[in-house]
Design a binder for this molecule. Structure first.
Ligand code: ZN
Length: 395
């Protein structure tokens, strides 16, 4: 780890896009919206819309057009040269797109509630097969990200957005902070170096070790769990949130941790998605991003260190945030502490490593998780959740 590099030119938060209509003009926006053609979004598009509008996807100001999307797919760059790994598409059915007029305004709705205007600049057919292979490294429909992409709609609508909606429609509460708000909170605390962290898994001792290590060498931590759409077999966001809260309340220093949710959905895009997660954290004000093994990967499609290699290769090439990479973390009985291959000399037989399958089995059967693996407060939350879903256990 080389936290000193936070002070060089590799990290830059950059300007934030703001595509939100001021509060005082929102009533007028709603009145205007009532007269315009509308498009109902799914939860993924609604997430992307909010992230675009609030600057989480800066420098993007709207859903990407064909040229921009192609440059991203081919080069992982925007036409201006900035690092950007995934086109932000507004996928829809050709039948729904055909009556929409280019240059006109459309209202984007979610659950029937108007959220934003889209100025329709382009409507284009998505070259699904070609882009899936380049984005995900596979065209197989067994990959959940590819499956979502292939079935999400044949046409994409592009254009700038302007948000006037209520984030409660997306199920968000006071735990949602915009990039502007997290940057202000970091500034207020006087943090110069901030490490961003996310996982879509419950927080075990291994994650805690990563958080503590980051805190040893940076001013603050943005604990930023992803709460958008994930696979049904992943742990529900509400349960993960309770686990984070328990850790925060009982074990971590409040004054050095900022806790907020990221309403992004999982593409399961491995290395490319790791880049997206890093760039988004840069926009939220982080100087560093914590990356474990197989970040954003799924089902063996990516090598355990592919995401780390890609992030490191881009760190000095315009990524704007420094990755801090970790190997597998475990409890070592001989060391009597958490460790990794980099810090422990002992054989694997000394290491406490439980697979996700084993953790789920123990919880289902009401068996305790060792406290070297999970804090008792977190284990209690997971056990309770496992009992609640005992018909179809997901924990
Ligand atoms: Zn050891």
């Amino acid at each position: 780890m080389d936290i000193a590099s936070a002070k060089d030119n590799k990290t830059t938060r950059g300007p934030l896009v703001d595509r939100t209509i001021p509060t005082e003009s929102r009533a007028e926006a709603r009145t205007r919206a009532a007269k315009l053609p509308a498009l109902e979004l799914n939860s993924r598009a609604a997430s992307d819309l909010l992230l675009l509008s609030t600057g989480a996807f800066s420098p993007l100001e709207g859903f990407t057009d064909f040229k921009t999307s192609s440059d991203i797919v081919e080069n992982m760059r925007l036409p201006g040269g900035s690092v950007w790994p995934f086109p932000i598409l507004l996928q829809t059915e050709a039948a729904k797109a055909k009556d929409l007029r280019l240059g006109s305004e459309i209202v984007l709705k979610y659950h029937g509630e108007p959220l934003a205007f889209l100025t329709l600049e382009e409507s284009f057919a998505i070259p699904h097969a070609e882009w899936a292979k380049k984005l995900f490294g596979t065209g197989e429909a067994a990959h959940p990200g590819v499956a979502g992409f292939l079935t999400g709609g044949d046409v994409s609508l592009a254009g700038k957005v302007q948000w006037f909606g209520d984030t409660a429609v997306l199920g968000l509460d006071e735990n949602w902070l915009t990039p502007k708000e997290t940057r202000a909170a970091m500034e207020q605390r006087g943090w110069k170096t901030v490490a961003g962290f996310q996982t879509r898994n419950p927080v075990h001792r291994a994650h805690e070790y990563v958080l503590r290590t980051a805190l040893e060498v940076s001013d603050g931590l943005l604990l930023h769990p992803l709460v958008g759409e994930t696979r049904p077999e992943d742990i529900p966001a509400a349960v993960r949130m309770r686990c984070y809260r328990a850790l925060l309340d009982e074990y971590l220093p409040r004054e050095h941790v900022l806790f907020a949710v990221l309403p992004a959905w999982m593409r399961y895009g491995g290395p490319r998605e790791a880049v997206l997660h890093a760039v988004v954290r840069r926009n939220f004000g982080c100087t560093h991003f914590l990356v474990g093994r197989d970040h954003a990967g799924v089902g063996g499609y990516y090598g355990p260190f592919d995401a780390q290699h890609l992030l490191r290769s881009l760190a000095g090439e315009g990524l704007g945030i420094e990755p801090i990479c970790f190997d597998e973390i475990f409890y070592c009985h001989r060391c009597s502490s958490m460790a990794s291959k980099r810090t422990c000399a002992h054989p694997r037989s000394e290491h406490l490593i439980l697979s996700g399958t084993e953790v789920r089995r123990r919880l289902r059967e009401g068996l305790a998780l060792p406290q070297e693996f999970t804090r008792p407060e977190v284990a209690a939350i997971l056990s309770a959740a496992a009992r609640e879903v005992s018909v179809a256990p997901k924990i």
